[in-house]
Design a protein around this ligand. Structure first.
Ligand SMILES: [Zn+2]
Length: 409
């Protein structure tokens, strides 16, 4: 390829990507509207749209034939353009989903994993579920765009290597190599909170936002910082590891997974809620329904049991969650003061009790706000995907690659 042809191909792909992204965010949209927004002439837009139609990435969805003038045909992303496999590697579980190009889940499986087990065994267990996902879904005859894997740690995106996952104590795991060699599919990896932020931006509640923070709360607390329209990663990719901010009392009895005391997440993660409920039950278990739920379901105390109790109006459950909501709110107030975001989105496993956490979080933000009038404008809301945000995020990083490089599909 000559230099000139290479440049032309580059410009063509960049224009195709811009048009595809506009069709994704603004659909239904007409060719004429695309020409106005992009500033490209109508014949160039027609040619670009024809190529996207030919590649089956978009489709026509009818026209405004009732309007005056020449009828415009609406364009939309074709969700059936291909399939994406999303993998969420949690600390004690793995979830695998197969979705269409718009992130709609068509097939899914979740398995518990044992974090004490050898990492190779957990990776092998994950690969088996992925292979089943491929096998079951390839009968549908559609192509696979790739595999996205979200994980609780710092990642090297380019090399596809998990650098360090503190809550698993895994280091330097070459996920991209392992998954792409085993499945023959292109594999992308991302930190779980960053992936979740991406899911909200591509498919969820933050489609219109350029400055927002996704707080992922579960075993630990991480965040995806979406600033000026892009994920902010920092110098080494550690940006957003807010759970280890030493903002709480250093005389804390709880040692964090990172080895320090006083980390924010030890006051606001799922173990903190469970411990608070346990302490309350030891002091007074006469009125709480929790011991009965544990006995009936033959389970250990868990967030699921605590939610069931809260739904039944159990005071010990609701007050424990409220305490944690206040601890979360302190961290949120810090984020608001530093970043002045439009929105903070709470997701991850703890979002299942979000309806009980949010009022306490908002109350604390109001108390700790540096700039009250600005803080009141910050929206604090639950993830569009609940506990599935990182799973859908794993899918979103693959979809984003399709939108970025439509000629390579
Ligand atoms: Zn820590």
């Amino acid at each position: 390829m000559t230099k000139k042809t290479a440049e032309q191909a580059f410009v063509r792909e960049r224009n195709l990507s811009s048009v595809l992204r506009l069709i994704h965010t603004q659909s239904p949209i007409s060719r004429a509207q695309l020409a106005v927004i992009t500033g490209l002439n109508k014949s160039t837009i027609s040619s670009l749209v024809d190529e996207l139609l030919m590649r089956n990435l978009v489709h026509e969805t009818g026209s405004n034939s009732g309007a005056t003038g020449r009828p415009a045909t609406w364009l939309e992303i074709n969700p059936q353009a291909g399939l994406i496999i999303g993998v969420e590697l949690g600390v004690d579980f793995v979830s695998v989903a197969v979705t269409d190009l718009m992130g709609n889940i068509l097939w899914r499986r979740r398995e518990d994993t044992n974090p004490a087990e050898d990492q190779n065994k957990i990776i092998e267990q994950t690969l088996q579920v992925v292979k089943e996902a491929i096998c079951v879904n390839k009968k549908k005859g559609s192509r696979f765009f790739g595999i996205g894997v979200s994980m609780p740690g710092v990642v090297d995106l380019k090399e596809g290597v998990l650098i360090f996952a503190p809550n698993l104590d895994w280091r330097n795991v070459p996920f991209k190599k392992i998954f792409s060699e085993s499945t023959k599919l292109n594999t992308f990896i991302e930190n779980d909170a960053n992936a979740a932020a991406f899911a909200e931006h591509l498919f969820g509640t933050a489609r219109e936002n350029q400055d927002f923070i996704f707080v992922f709360a579960g075993v630990g607390i991480g965040s995806g910082l979406f600033l000026n329209g892009h994920l902010y990663r920092g110098m080494n990719g550690y940006a957003g590891e807010i759970g280890h901010s030493p903002i709480m009392d250093e005389s804390s009895p709880t040692v964090c997974h990172c080895g320090n005391r006083g980390c924010w997440e030890t006051y606001a993660n799922q173990q903190s809620i469970i411990q608070r409920v346990q302490t309350r039950l030891e002091a007074n278990n006469h009125t709480s329904i929790i011991p009965k739920l544990i006995a009936e379901q033959r389970q250990q105390l868990s967030i699921s049991i605590i939610k069931q109790a809260a739904d039944l109006g159990d005071e010990e459950a609701i007050e424990s969650i409220t305490e944690v909501g206040h601890a979360m709110g302190k961290g949120f107030a810090g984020l608001i003061n530093i970043f002045n975001p439009e929105k903070i989105i709470l997701g991850g496993p703890l979002s299942v009790i979000g309806e009980y956490l949010l009022p306490a979080i908002k109350e604390t933000i109001a108390h700790h706000s540096f700039l009250p009038k600005i803080d009141q404008r910050v929206e604090v809301e639950l993830s569009s995907f609940g506990p599935d945000a990182s799973l859908v995020g794993a899918v979103a990083i693959v979809a984003d690659d399709v939108f970025a490089k439509p000629m390579s599909i």
